[in-house]
Design a protein around this ligand. Structure first.
Ligand SMILES: Cc1cc2nc3c(=O)[nH]c(=O)nc-3n(C[C@H](O)[C@H](O)[C@H](O)COP(=O)(O)OP(=O)(O)OC[C@H]3O[C@@H](n4cnc5c(N)ncnc54)[C@H](O)[C@@H]3O)c2cc1C
Length: 441
């Protein structure tokens, strides 16, 4: 079946032949035959399409839809070790296991992501400074190649395949299953603290001061304010025996039911939202107990929020710049964005920790990361990105493929010097719009 498929940024719906993969059988070891594309056509694994740009798209080719392959294969209640099929949703792991005292060791800002997608983009969470990225926790994974070969790898087994596949953008084969440890938690509630700041220097001081004692840190900044006012949020899992509410929070029920004819994000709505958000949080500063759902996944509370950008969709720009010279680079980026009047709600600023990345193409590296959305205003937006690319490139930084739809090949190759080392591990039957744009095939 050929249908139009797009990713979270809704920039580029293009026809794809979709090949659903079912539960891949439940016998051990798993054995199955993959649906193959038409002769001459390439294929690409597709999880939930929660990537913003073209890393999960293969226009005019085929997609393996993996979300149906979501069986849990084993769970060790002593060690927390879970083995599951790669289409398993992080949301299901959290929902079923958090009330039993287990949670994922790393989770991105949406729970509607598959385990395979989390590995292929080597996603990070608010605890990168303590726990590293998702791939740091994967103990083993199984790859199915288009030539029928199966490879099981991990940090200590075929480690070269593991390094190519973690953060490997789906290009080394289909990840069919993975083993990773869940972590013990006393409850699904977190002890959080919110602190408003009115300049970037204060953000850096708060980040440094919080690293030792707080597992999760993140901040929102107002991209229209070049001084960098914002809100810093830090949290730890609640202690055993701490008193917590007995009921989980009710779902907000909010939904963006249709795509408006024009983007609802413009200079006026942006200024109003940012001012309101900043002052609302300034007035609510301090400690409180938060359920993991609104803390980890605030945007999941509004279904289809990506429609608010209208029919032209939106870009996300996420970069990381090394600590050395990074503060100046972030200040320069924010100044450019503020001058342009573009940018959107909820620009996120965070410092990454010092762990070496597990994947050859993993995004997270020691430094400062900035992420923000931009309504697609065509050339005007692309020209701004070129100026931002120059700042990131000069600072020795890189952009995040999971969020990208347009970075030039030169910036990718300078930001990911190990990209050529990864090429021998690619599956020749697999290709994506992004791989063709950045790696030539
Ligand atoms: C609201 C929101 C917040 C986010 N917050 C964060 C964040 O805090 N941190 C972060 O790191 N990311 C974040 N992301 C990005 C998101 O976590 C990643 O893009 C994630 O990889 C999407 O997973 P997916 O299952 O939707 O995969 P897709 O987007 O469908 O695919 C992503 C990549 O994984 C590959 N892939 C998928 N399944 C498999 C498989 N079984 N085998 C091999 N390759 C596979 C695809 O080919 C593609 O290259 C956020 C996204 C949204 C929408």
């Amino acid at each position: 079946m050929v249908i139009p498929v797009s990713s979270w940024g809704r920039l580029n719906a293009a026809p794809h032949a979709v090949l659903p993969i079912d539960a891949l059988g439940s016998q051990r070891p798993l054995s199955f035959t993959l649906p193959l594309p038409e002769p001459g056509q390439t294929v690409l694994p597709y999880g939930m399409g929660r990537s913003y740009g073209d890393v999960c798209l293969n226009p005019d080719g085929a997609l393996w839809l993996t979300a149906g392959a979501d069986h849990w294969l084993a769970f060790d209640a002593d060690s927390g070790l879970l083995t599951c099929q790669a289409g398993t949703l992080l949301a299901d792991i959290q929902r079923l296991m958090a009330p039993r005292g287990w949670m994922l060791p790393v989770t991105p800002g949406t729970q509607f992501v598959t385990v395979g997608g989390a590995i292929a983009n080597d996603v990070h969470g608010k605890n990168h400074h303590r726990a590293g990225s998702f791939g740091h926790h994967v103990q083993a994974l199984t790859l199915q190649r288009t030539d029928g070969r199966t490879i099981t790898c991990g940090p200590d087994q075929h480690a070269e395949w593991f390094a190519a596949t973690v953060g490997g953008l789906g290009l080394t084969g289909l990840i069919t299953q993975a083993t990773l440890p869940l972590r013990r938690v006393a409850s699904p509630w977190l002890d959080t603290e919110t602190i408003a700041f009115d300049a970037l220097e204060r953000f850096y001081a708060l980040a440094a001061e919080s690293e030792a004692d707080w597992e999760y840190t993140v901040s929102w900044i107002d991209c229209l304010d070049p001084r960098g006012r914002g809100v810093f949020i830090r949290a730890n899992h609640g202690a055993a025996g701490a008193s917590v509410p007995t009921q989980r929070p009710r779902s907000s029920g909010l939904n963006m039911p249709f795509t408006p004819p024009l983007s609802l994000v413009n200079k006026i709505s942006l200024r109003a939202f940012n001012t309101l958000y900043y002052h609302a949080h300034r007035l609510r500063q301090g400690r409180r107990i938060s359920h993991y759902l609104p803390f980890f996944y605030p945007l999941d509370g509004i279904a289809h929020w990506n429609r608010m950008y209208g029919p032209r969709g939106f870009y996300q720009y996420q970069c990381v710049v090394p600590f050395d010279g990074g503060e100046q680079a972030i200040a320069a980026l924010l100044e450019r964005i503020a001058q342009s009047g573009q940018g959107s709600f909820l620009a996120v600023l965070k410092t990454f920790g010092h762990q070496a990345s597990p994947g050859l193409l993993s995004f997270a590296q020691p430094g400062i990361t900035l992420a923000l959305d931009f309504p697609n205003q065509g050339d005007k937006t692309l020209r701004l990105f070129e100026q931002m690319d120059a700042i990131v490139g000069q600072a020795g930084g890189r952009l995040y493929p999971a969020k990208d739809a347009r970075m030039p090949a030169g910036l990718f190759q300078s930001g990911y010097p190990q990209w050529a080392q990864m090429q021998p591990y690619r599956d020749p039957g697999i290709s994506s719009a992004m791989s063709r744009r950045l790696m030539g095939q």
